[in-house]
Each structure stands twice: as C-alpha cells, then as structure tokens.
Design a binder for this molecule. Structure first.
Ligand code: ATP
Ligand code: MG
Length: 261
C-alpha cells in the first residue's frame, strides 16, 4: 500500500510545486513507484512534469466528479521516461476550480480523492499531492486522503506565524476527518545560509519542532527555477546541480522515514 503525502502550505509561492515534482522525480530515481496528484487548478505540477494541461482528456476533476477512475485519468510523461525518473501523473487544469462549486451539495465530498486513491494504492510506494495555496475543499480532499503532510517553508520572519494556521487546520482534520493525519516534517526550501535571518529562523524551527524538521535542506538554486520552462523537474533537468542533489537526498530521507512510520 502506498504512503500518501500532501505537500501543503496555504502561503503562495513557497515552493510546494517545486517540492512535489522534484520529490516525485527523486523518489523515482531511487527506485520508488510514484503517483503525483495535481490538486491545484493552476496545473503547475502537471506542466512541470512535462504534461500539457490543455491537452488532457481526463483530469483530477473527472475523478472528483466520479466520471473517471484514476486508472483511466493518469498519464505518463515522455520527458520523465527519457530522464530516467518516470512517475505517473494525475493532472489538473482550470476546470478543477469548478469542482469546488459542483461538489458543494454532494455527500462525502471531502472523501472523494481518498476513495479514488484506495483503488490504485497497491500500485505505488508513494502518492504525492501538490496542494493549492489555500485551505479550500480541494486541499481538504488532499488532507483527508493523506497519511502525512510535508510543509515546505522559507526561513523568513513570518514563516512561523503562517505555520500556526496550517497546524490548526491539520489538527482539526485529524480530529474530525482523518485520524491518520500528521505533519511528517517541515522542509526548509530556497535556503541561503549566508543570510543571517534565515539561519536564525532555521535554528528557531529546530528548537520548536525538533526532529519534525527534515535534515535535507533545499538551497535557493536557479536550475530548480529554470526547469519548469523545460517541462521537467530540476532533478531531471540538471541532475548535477545543488538543487537536484538536495532533492535526491530528501527523497532518500523520505524512504528512510516511512520505514519507521
Ligand atoms: P503556489 O502557491 O502558487 O502554488 P508554490 O508554493 O507551489 O506556489 P513554486 O511554484 O514551487 O511555489 O515556487 C515559486 C517560485 O519559486 C517558482 O518560480 C519556482 O521556480 C521558484 N523556486 C522554488 N523553489 C526554488 C529554489 N529552491 N530555488 C530557486 N527558485 C525556486
Ligand atoms: Mg504550486
């Protein structure tokens, strides 16, 4: 059975999608079977995996409305196969924004993704869900499905404050909808150790959250930012770059962590 993780932070632009696609590629590289689910109508994780969101016949939208199964809607990307880091993709595009409204009156609407994933769970070691920058019904579907949440964060002044909202939401989902849910860890991203404030916030994080802070640290690295315009994760785009190597280390850390879960 797959271990299912949401990559979530309600703050925008903190590196959720970069983390999701590079962790997916890193896990594939170390031999894991991975499904990446794009839960964001922006479709950045879909495009960043080499799949054109506008060309998709079936997406997560169809799965949430139960007009298609994941087995029918998932796709593979040629670019990932060429790069030797292949994972399956359940894509999204702007259509997904409509699901929020269309599911308003539907029973067990927050459990639709969970039920759909249960049918393919045996085929994967990891399912990674890229969440949108909000605590919407879509994100709730992700949190209901997951065993844990990976929280990418920049070590900035307001980082800890933003974390409080997310921690409270996770507590509520844990209490009411998904007793399995826990924060697996906080991932420091876009990190620059030369900036004193970042080093200080990083120390604060470790003091507050102890071993919930992943050992892996993702540096600010231009190759990671360039990769999406080539439709591949940084891990595939430039495997020798510092950013790619840090994501492969993170993937190995995740493999080690789930063995202890
Ligand atoms: P949103 O909330 O809109 O979904 P997000 O949290 O998914 O955003 P990303 O899209 O992953 O964030 O990243 C935001 C921007 O920062 C992107 O342009 C991305 O290329 C860049 N970026 C992310 N991580 C790094 C990094 N480690 N080094 C350099 N640039 C990065
Ligand atoms: Mg994103």
């Amino acid at each position: 059975m797959a271990k299912i993780f949401c990559v979530a932070n309600q703050k925008g632009g903190v590196g959720k999608t970069t983390t999701t696609v590079n962790l997916a590629a890193g896990l594939a590289k170390v031999g894991q079977r991975v499904l990446m689910v794009d839960l964001d109508p922006q479709g950045n994780a879909t495009m960043g995996s080499g799949v054109d969101k506008r060309q998709l016949k079936l997406t997560l939208y169809d799965v949430l409305l139960e007009s298609a199964s994941i087995a029918e809607a998932r796709v593979k990307s040629d670019k990932l196969i060429e790069g030797g880091c292949s994972y399956d993709i359940l894509g999204a595009n702007r259509e997904l924004a409509g699901a929020e409204v269309e599911l308003v009156d539907v029973e067990r609407r927050e459990r639709r993704l969970k039920e759909a994933l249960a049918k393919v769970s045996d085929e994967y070691d990891f399912v990674l869900i890229d969440c949108p920058p909000s605590l919407s019904m879509l994100t709730l579907n992700g949190l209901c499905s997951a065993h844990g949440v990976i929280v990418p964060m920049q070590c900035e002044y307001f980082a800890l404050e933003g974390l409080t909202d997310l921690v409270n939401t996770i507590k509520q989902v844990h209490a009411n909808l998904n007793p399995d849910l826990q924060i697996i860890g906080l991932l420091r991203v876009m990190f620059d150790p030369r900036i004193t404030l970042q080093a200080q916030v990083s120390d604060q994080l470790k003091a507050h959250f102890g071993d919930k802070v992943f050992d892996a640290v993702i540096p600010r690295n231009v190759r990671l930012a360039e990769a999406p315009s080539y439709g591949v994760p940084g891990v595939v785009f430039d495997p020798a770059s510092k950013g790619a190597q840090s994501f492969v280390s993170f993937a190995q850390e995740m493999v080690d962590r789930i063995q202890k879960m």
